[in-house]
Design a protein around this ligand. Structure first.
Ligand SMILES: *Cc1c(COP(=O)(O)O)cnc(C)c1O
Length: 400
């Protein structure tokens, strides 16, 4: 992987990515691409970004040796990259800080965002308050019903939440609406996309902001174990926490990289959210080309996962490329195994993980016993599970 240098000038990672938007959005995306290229080359931009990550978010996040869990499983040593300890509870803030700083630099006074479960909406509302910008979050009305606490959190933080009543009334429709709104008010508005997807330049820009995860881990692992881990594993929804961990390791060929998609109720039917693993043909959604869950007529299929953050029919284009070239192994973990891993981490380590992150933990739970005691798995613990306790309680037949 010596010459890994993607995306190309047109925003493609091999066959994936690009810019598939209406003409009205081209100007906005070209302006954004230019502004980000200038910011990326400006050390003062990164100084501000790292200062905010240190004093506001609480970085670097520690790497923790899950000794009891490792002993319980009886194989490889499991280490956790603790993104759950970040301010606002997940990795998402690494990206919203970066994009909000860019919005400020571009003179935009208003940010908009799409959200599904509400995590990205909360992370966007958080940074909008931090930087004194107006914030509007688009959310499907179905999701507004299901995620009332996060809707209220966004309002507490001063954001306006706009219900989207079209299509399946969920994330995919919220993203369409946010793009429409951006076209209408591009002069004063910055669109903060929540994962490493969307049209160029978003996938690479979000990756750059999330790379802090892998860059820190690359320094922390040698301090802890004298070398890099044998495996680094992360859950994949749109793919931002995973690419943030993987990207700095792409040339580190002794570290196997594993991306875990949501297997839902199983890969045979449609009740999953595993566009790479389930081998769906390529499609275009939300301005980029990538593996996509679609039916025989090319329509985007509905998806299912117990974790709302993984419940997305597409996947960031760089993951599709890393799958094509074989650098990252993608697999799927179902609802049941993720829930088992959730409870196991609670009991063995006193850590309540996000249901999304529990998919990555579940991979370690299944594979550590097959590995030697001197081997090491690094799990990206992308977020904390406080937001998920109602879901878990309900599945356990308990009403809170
Ligand atoms: C949103 C979310 C995810 C999924 O998003 P990616 O872009 O794939 O990282 C994973 N974990 C947590 C905790 C999330 O909030």
């Amino acid at each position: 992987m010596q010459n890994y240098n993607y995306p190309n000038e047109l925003g493609f990672f091999g066959d994936h990515g690009g810019l598939y938007v209406s003409e009205t959005l081209i100007a906005a995306l070209t302006e954004l691409k230019q502004a980000y290229a200038e910011a990326k080359a400006d050390p003062s931009f990164w100084a501000q970004y790292h200062s905010d990550l240190k004093y506001y978010v609480g970085r670097p996040s520690p790497v923790y040796h899950a000794e009891r869990l490792s002993r319980y499983l009886g194989g490889a040593q499991i280490y956790l990259k603790r993104e759950d300890l970040n301010h606002s509870g997940a990795h998402k803030i690494n990206n919203t800080i970066g994009q909000a700083l860019l919005a400020k630099r571009m003179g935009k006074k208003r940010v908009i965002a799409e959200t599904g479960a509400g995590q990205h909406g909360v992370a966007s509302a958080t940074v909008a308050a931090r930087f004194g910008m107006d914030c509007t979050v688009y959310m499907g009305t179905e999701d507004i019903q299901r995620q009332a606490p996060n809707v209220y959190r966004m309002k507490l933080l001063g954001a306006q939440v706009v219900g989207v009543d079209s299509g399946s009334k969920t994330l995919k429709d919220a993203m369409n609406e946010a793009m429409r709104e951006w076209v209408a008010r591009v002069d004063d508005t910055f669109y903060i996309i929540g994962t490493a997807a969307g049209p160029m330049p978003y996938p690479a820009m979000v990756r750059d902001f999330q790379c802090v995860i892998g860059n820190e881990a690359k320094i922390q692992m040698p301090e802890l174990i004298g070398r890099q881990p044998d495996v680094a594993v992360a859950c994949v929804g749109g793919g931002s926490n995973a690419i943030g961990l993987f990207y700095p390791y792409i040339n580190e060929m002794s570290t196997r990289l594993v991306g875990v998609e949501a297997g839902g109720h199983g890969l045979n039917g449609h009740e999953h959210a595993a566009p790479i693993t389930s081998g769906s043909p390529m499609g275009v959604l939300h301005g980029f080309r990538s593996y996509l869950m679609q039916d025989e007529h090319g329509q985007v299929s509905s998806t299912h996962s117990v974790s709302a953050g993984l419940d997305y029919p597409g996947v960031g284009p760089e993951h599709s490329f890393l799958h094509d070239i074989g650098r990252v192994d993608y697999t799927a973990v179902g609802d049941e195994a993720a829930l088992e891993a959730f409870h196991l981490l609670c009991h063995q380590e006193g850590i309540i993980p996000a249901l999304e992150s529990s998919h990555a933990v579940a991979w370690a739970v299944a594979n550590a016993p097959k590995m030697g005691k001197d081997e090491v798995i690094l799990v990206n613990l992308s977020g904390r599970g406080d937001k998920d306790i109602n879901t878990v309680a309900k599945l356990d037949g308990i009403t809170l």
